[in-house]
Write a protein that binds this ligand. Structure first.
Ligand code: SF4
Length: 331
């Protein structure tokens, strides 16, 4: 048994100071992933600083029509917030599809951004795994990798990023606000999530003791006509094989704006910029959608077990675009 000391923080500065001062410490928020990993001896902190009392639960309208979400806002509260449901339906849908009702009530938005991969080799605490024990190798590359990534992979790691909410936030160009010993910082979400490269243990740019305090979602009209499609092996309590966060605006049959991100297929929430480039300014028709989906998946690197994800991702992307541009959609 490993002893862990536990304390509750009552202000942001105090929480940051306590964790910064002790390299063996960590923040504890909703705990929906973290407690599992503590029990499995994957995470080994000696001190936990519970941040659930911090005043970071706000869901605030911004003057420009955007929304600012405190890091401790629960997934369920954000999914039900009128500002999110009305102006960012793809985010509300991603949150609802992202976890069971019990988990949505516990899990926080900041914690969702920090959740760890579901790779079984990472979580068994004994297999070689570059993410858990840098330099030991990757058991998944020649192992059971049906759920693993086909985009953004490296020779060191092919684990799929697990979050649904982060995929929607990627499509929306969200910004992650943090506080740490050196002050406040704001990260573009695409910079917040790192590709594994040769350092898969470094998943984000946060320093030790740097705390996510909020997520800013800028207003964008394209989000009004948006959706989140999630394909998985069963209808509930399951991670995505493929997911698509999409928003499209069509004017006189031409796509005037589009946002696309993919989940379940990449080592980070994947902004589908190749597809967006093809679609923007093109006619809203199936042939264009097929070309965009084909180009986005062209760099995929597959294994015999996960090669099916390429075609599944193409079809899901096309389905999302057809749904959003069909007669009767809001575009
Ligand atoms: Fe570890 Fe990544 Fe390989 Fe899984 S895919 S075993 S997390 S290095």
């Amino acid at each position: 048994m490993r002893p862990i000391s536990y304390s509750r923080a009552h202000d942001v500065a105090g929480a940051i100071a306590t964790v910064t001062a002790d390299p063996t410490s960590d923040f504890l928020a909703g705990g929906t992933t973290q407690v599992d990993l503590l029990r499995q001896n994957v995470l080994l902190p000696r001190r936990l600083v519970d941040i659930n009392d911090l005043p970071l639960t706000q869901i605030e309208d911004r003057p420009d029509g955007g929304v600012y979400i405190g890091a401790l806002a629960r997934m369920s509260d954000v999914a039900e917030a009128p500002a999110v449901r009305e102006r960012f339906p793809l985010m509300a849908e991603a949150l609802v599809l992202g976890a069971s009702a019990q988990l949505r009530h516990m899990a926080t938005m900041g914690g969702n951004m920090m959740q760890r991969v579901r790779c079984g080799y990472f979580r068994d605490a004994v297999s070689p795994c570059n993410k858990r024990d840098p330099g030991t190798g990757c058991s998944a590359i020649d192992g059971f990798n049906r759920g693993h990534a086909v985009l953004g992979t490296s020779e060191s790691c092919i684990a799929t990023h697990p979050s649904d909410a982060a995929v929607a936030l990627m499509a929306l160009d969200a910004r992650i606000h943090t506080e740490g010993a050196t002050g406040r910082r704001v990260y573009d979400i695409d910079d917040f999530f790192r590709l594994p490269g040769s350092t898969p243990h470094l998943e984000h740019p946060l320093g030790h003791g740097e705390l996510i305090v909020g997520i800013e979602v800028p207003y964008t009209p394209v989000a009004a006509n948006s959706l989140y499609l999630k394909v998985r092996d069963r209808e509930s309590y399951e991670f995505a094989l493929v997911s698509v966060a999409a928003g499209v605006t069509v004017s006189d049959g031409v796509i005037s704006d589009v946002r696309l991100a993919l989940g379940g297929v990449a080592t980070k929430p994947w902004r589908a910029r190749r597809a967006e480039e093809i679609l923007r300014g093109a006619r809203a028709e199936r042939e264009t959608f097929e070309r965009a989906a084909h180009e986005e998946l062209a760099p995929a690197r597959t294994t015999p077990l996960n090669a099916f994800k390429v075609e599944l991702a193409r079809r899901t992307l096309i389905r999302a675009l057809e749904t959003l541009t069909s007669p009767g959609s809001a575009s």
